[in-house]
Design a protein around this ligand. Structure first.
Ligand code: GLC
Length: 750
């Protein structure tokens, strides 16, 4: 296993050395500022406003209006150019037919891969592996830049604790610490140290901010979050991306406590510019500016332009408030021209940093970097590490490699389009290796693969395929059930009010379970689902998310023990949709629930079973907790030690814990570090993730894992909204999930 990973790493490094020769950025930041100001000084007001306009590309013949607008210097950017030729054609108009020759910047949703499709970001997050995520998104950047894209609208950093929300698929889960680490890694993957390089992209942290807190899990819905929740939960991943040098930020659709994100001076200026000193540019989401009319926040399109620029949106995606009204607003002195200059500086700065003035055109031949064996191997490794083993009764997995007959059943066993997941603009399903295909490739003639979908699609309720499935299962030594969601059931505008396996999937599972065969369920989905009843009817469960182009081989690697699963949940799985929101870093409340209590005896007298924060019909614990994931080996934790139990303010606490692999195969473990601040001037969550480390242990091998915590790591926003740590007692855990670890305690002392 280690050799395979060394092979991947070497392939990846080799591939890096092959990087397309091209000029890396030669200008220093200071030189760029001089060039920006020199160019700005030559621009007319119309040309400045033109830089703030982004159109969506209108197809291979382009539109005469768009071309004429470019020629007049009235467009700064396009999204969704379709080919190198088209992009170069429009770029040539901008560079060679306009007065100042300012290049366009072409953006695109390269969310989880380009042609080599990676697991959806929620699946990548389950790997808890920043290095691998960086490597995977560097491949996405190489493939996309070589094919005309300059700028990706990723990483998506919306914290979400409501799996009804379809866009949970695009994010990095429920926890700000994990999402910050992984979002910064994605940013580095896209941008490298210099995104003018011919294999890098300018990145875009989105959707700023708190979009994932939509009421009811319904997309675009209201978010009512306090400033403290903003600062402690929703802003940190964006701060991490800004600290990692992210080029741009995208303002979101939602309102934040009554003020739409695209007209919000507090988030866009006070936090982003004044506190964080962000120097990139802000692009609105698709017509999120003019949607402030629907929000009832702007009276007309001119008001939209006024409020958006005052708040700090630099570039308008698709809608046309800026191009229609900014010039008049300046001439009527309703807005200072300095604000326009500032926005244009931000845009030009990124265009220089992206190397567009030096290299505005994309050379032909971009297809040669697509889907290389090295790219596919990295995608396979990410997919392997994203798989989460949720159940493995009596060590059913890994399966023996000498089975005579394997039944492969379910609507996601051979679904090349759906396996790729949401937001796939440039992935082609013909390159997807499905689990069925991977099994057929893996086994020779001595093992018979019996395939029956059982259900045509994940949503169908037609059961006419059951007989064939039942027949094949009855003939097999083991049954593999591939269940879950079609790709279209998650992603933008695709929220669900119920989280069961769609269609007649549960019926099919129950039918097959009657055979009492060794049965493994593999779920491919874009969000946590609820499957409590059927979970009891199978021997093992692997959660595969939508695992991308190489999902099939990755799943087979785990099923047959060529890789021991190491994935950990980046989001809590509810038992039922009625529990939502359910997440690990919750508050204790004044009447903390008894974790496993549910129900109330018949005839209970008036005095209650317990006046605590429980439900009567389900307990409050998730089906599967944050950080949870089984392995094929048992990891034994021991010897949790702290350097002190009295930590002075400003000092560093050193933590060590021993981990042993008591199993029979090498495997990875993700050791997690949590704390709890028991008493503070603001109530604190019952647990907070503060560190994690991946280790690889051979059978019988022990390793001491070390962490360090500064008192700053224990700080929170106090009643004066100042980030401070306070003296007092803390609990600390080191373990394998948010609910399973060795515990210690320490104090911060004055
Ligand atoms: C969409 C999405 C955003 C995407 C943009 C461009 O509406 O909200 O995530 O990047 O428009 O496609």
């Amino acid at each position: 296993m280690r050799t395979f990973r060394m092979f991947i790493l070497s392939l990846f490094i080799f591939n890096l050395l092959l990087v397309i020769p091209g000029t890396a950025r030669t200008l220093t930041d200071g030189q760029i500022e001089n060039k920006v100001n020199e160019l700005l000084g030559k621009m007319t007001l119309k040309e400045k406003i033109g830089q703030m306009v982004q159109y969506s590309y209108s197809g291979s013949h382009g539109s005469k209006m768009q071309e004429e607008a470019i020629r007049q210097g009235l467009v700064g950017s396009f999204l969704n150019g379709e080919s190198i030729a088209d992009i170069n054609r429009l770029q040539k108009i901008a560079v060679e037919e306009t007065r100042l020759g300012i290049p366009l910047i072409f953006g695109r949703d390269v969310i989880h891969g380009f042609r080599t499709v990676l697991p959806i970001p929620l699946g990548q997050a389950a790997s808890w592996n920043p290095h691998l995520i960086e490597a995977g998104n560097a491949i996405a950047a190489r493939e996309a830049r070589a094919n005309g894209v300059h700028w990706t609208f990723a990483p998506m950093l919306d914290i979400c604790r409501d799996p009804r929300w379809g866009r949970i698929a695009e994010g990095l889960g429920e926890d700000p610490y994990l999402a910050s680490q992984l979002g910064a890694a994605m940013t580095r993957g896209f941008q490298g140290n210099d995104y003018s390089a011919p294999d890098r992209l300018a990145a875009c942290a989105k959707h700023y901010v708190a979009y994932g807190a939509a009421e009811g899990g319904r997309d675009y819905n209201t978010t009512a979050v306090s400033e403290r929740q903003l600062r402690e939960i929703y802003l940190p991943p964006f701060r991490a991306a800004v600290n990692a040098g992210v080029a741009t930020i995208m303002s979101a659709f939602n309102e934040i406590d009554g003020i739409p994100a695209s007209g919000n001076q507090f988030t866009l200026r006070t936090v982003l510019r004044d506190e964080w000193q962000f120097k990139g540019f802000v692009v609105s989401d698709w017509s999120s500016m003019t949607e402030m009319l629907n929000h009832g926040f702007c009276v007309d399109e001119k008001d939209v332009a006024l409020k958006s620029l005052t708040a700090g949106v630099d570039m308008e995606m698709v809608s046309e408030a800026y191009i229609h009204h900014l010039e008049n607003l300046v001439n009527e002195k309703q807005i200072a021209s300095e604000l326009i200059d500032e926005s244009v500086r931000n845009i030009l700065r990124i265009k220089f940093k992206a190397g567009l003035f030096d290299n505005p055109y994309t050379p032909e031949g971009g297809e040669k970097v697509l889907l290389t064996p090295a790219n596919q191997n990295v995608a396979r490794e990410i997919a392997r590490q994203s798989l989460v083993l949720l159940k493995n009764e009596k060590h059913l997995l890994p399966l023996a490699k000498n089975l005579k007959r394997i039944a492969v059943i379910g609507p996601l066993a051979n679904a090349p389009h759906d396996q790729l997941g949401c937001w796939v603009l440039d992935g082609h399903q013909e390159y997807t290796i499905t689990p069925l295909k991977a099994l057929q490739d893996y086994f020779g003639k001595e093992t018979e693969i019996l395939f029956a979908e059982g259900l045509k699609t994940s949503r169908t309720t037609r059961t006419d395929g059951f007989d064939q499935a039942f027949k094949y299962a009855s003939l097999a030594d083991a049954v593999l059930l591939f269940m879950g969601e079609e790709a279209i059931l998650s992603g933008e505008a695709h929220s669900r009010a119920f989280l069961e396996l769609p269609g007649a999937q549960e019926k099919l599972i129950e039918e097959i379970a009657k055979l009492n065969k060794p049965t493994v369920m593999i779920i491919l989905a874009g969000r946590p689902l609820t499957f409590h009843q059927v979970a009891e009817k199978v021997g093992a469960i692997i959660y595969a998310w939508h695992p991308g182009t190489m999902g099939g081989p990755a799943i087979v690697d785990v099923l047959f023990g060529d890789y021991a699963p190491s994935g950990k949940l980046p989001v809590s799985f509810p038992k039922t949709v009625g529990q939502i929101p359910v997440y690990y870093a919750h508050k204790n409340t004044g009447r903390p629930p008894s974790p496993n209590q549910k129900g109330i005896p018949m005839g209970t007298p008036l005095d209650p079973v317990a006046f605590v924060s429980n439900y009567l019909d389900v307990d409050v614990m998730p089906e599967y907790p944050f950080g949870y994931g089984l392995s094929y080996v048992n990891f034994e934790y021991s010897n949790l030690k702290l350097s002190t139990d009295k930590l002075k303010m400003g000092e560093t606490l050193e933590i060590s814990v021993q981990v042993k692999n008591s199993g029979k195969m090498a495997a990875d473990e993700i050791v997690q570090l949590y704390i709890r601040d028991l008493v503070a001037s603001i109530t604190r969550p019952v647990k907070e993730l503060k560190g994690f480390k991946r280790i690889t242990l051979k059978p019988g091998e022990r390793q001491v894992v070390n962490f360090k915590l500064q008192t700053d790591d224990l700080a929170f926003y106090n009643q004066q909204m100042k980030m401070m740590a306070e003296p007092g007692k803390f609990h600390l855990w080191a373990g394998k999930s948010a609910v399973d670890g060795l515990q210690a305690e320490f104090w911060i002392v004055e």
